[in-house]
Write a protein of this length. Structure first.
Length: 94
């Protein structure tokens, strides 16, 4: 990938738009002051993260909830579902 060459002055005056260009158009920039290269700016790499496909294996090694805690958790989820359902209905009425 070839980098776009910009002056330090141009970069400073157009910082926001140049950062957007780097991020969303995946353009790399070389920032020059006179004949000296001051910086290279490139888009971020994809984050490493944790793959969802490994979640079951991860959870298999963890202790489970007891019956009382599992019932309380299910009750909390049911209450949340009712609240979210109500707000969805209210949003549709307006």
């Amino acid at each position: 990938m070839t980098a776009k060459r910009v002056t330090a002055t141009e970069f400073a005056r157009n910082l926001s738009s140049m950062l957007s260009e780097v991020r969303y158009r995946e353009t790399s920039l070389e920032v020059w002051r006179g004949r000296e290269l001051m910086a290279r700016i490139s888009p971020p790499r994809d984050p490493a993260g944790f793959p969802i496909s490994g979640l079951n294996a991860l959870m298999r090694g963890r202790p489970g909830l007891g019956r009382k805690d599992a019932d309380a958790f299910l009750s909390d989820l049911d209450a949340l579902d009712r609240v979210v359902g109500e707000s969805d209905r209210e949003a549709g009425a307006s």
